[in-house]
Design a protein around this ligand. Structure first.
Ligand SMILES: [Zn+2]
Length: 211
């Protein structure tokens, strides 16, 4: 069982860990700061010693670092891990922003069931059950309200209950989430929203960072 160091510290970028398994280019460690794809959040990339980790994901519940090449290190060795922080920090900003966006989306459009979501360093995509096209003027209001909220600077808190369920809170927004997040909404900067139609009866809201 790999200890997830990011559960305790979302800002941890470097760590040392012992190699517990190597299968071809798949590496497992006793502990790691590399987020494994889950809950719609993209897996981390980076390096172990100076060898590239191209993705991190669960395979049969094992926390697998997918290496670009078969690694030179072996089971039992200690390796230094560094995650690609620019990429991960953008993912954290977008993940936190998407929860805040959804709060204002529901405020303006009413509750819509979310059928899927996916966040990487480029954008957050959230799909909702909704028959009509999301009104552009109303969606602009969601964007404005979200941005006003972000710059006001609300702290993010995460609590874990006895069952291990993680609850994310920021101002009036609250939800179950096991992803990695910024500490304060003002770290995010401004976002922009785009509407897409992923299929019949569904509407997609794409959130990206305004840069
Ligand atoms: Zn989340």
């Amino acid at each position: 069982m790999t200890v997830r160091l990011y559960d305790e510290d979302h800002y941890l970028r470097e760590f040392d860990a012992k190699v517990t398994a190597v299968n071809g280019n798949h590496v497992e460690l006793d502990k790691t700061a590399f987020y494994a794809e889950s809950g719609g959040q993209s897996g981390d990339t980076g390096t172990l010693i100076d060898e590239n980790v191209v993705y991190t994901k669960y395979i049969d519940e094992r926390h697998v670092h997918v290496m670009e090449n078969e690694p030179s290190f072996k089971v039992g060795e200690t390796v230094h891990g560094v995650i690609d922080w620019d990429r991960r920090y953008r993912i954290m900003k977008l993940h936190s922003a998407s929860h805040m966006m959804e709060y204002f989306l529901w405020k303006h459009f009413g509750y819509m069931k979310r059928t899927g979501s996916n966040v990487d360093d480029k954008k957050d995509r959230a799909d909702y059950l909704h028959e009509e096209r999301l009104d552009p003027a109303m969606l602009k209001k969601v964007e404005t309200d979200t941005n006003n909220f972000l710059v006001e600077g609300y702290p993010v808190s995460i609590t874990v209950d006895s069952e291990g369920i993680r609850t994310w809170r920021c101002g009036p927004v609250e939800m179950h989430c096991a992803g990695t997040h910024v500490k304060n909404s003002d770290e995010i900067g401004l976002i922009q929203l785009k509407r897409k139609n992923p299929g019949r009866g569904e509407e997609r809201v794409e959130t990206s960072l305004k840069e």
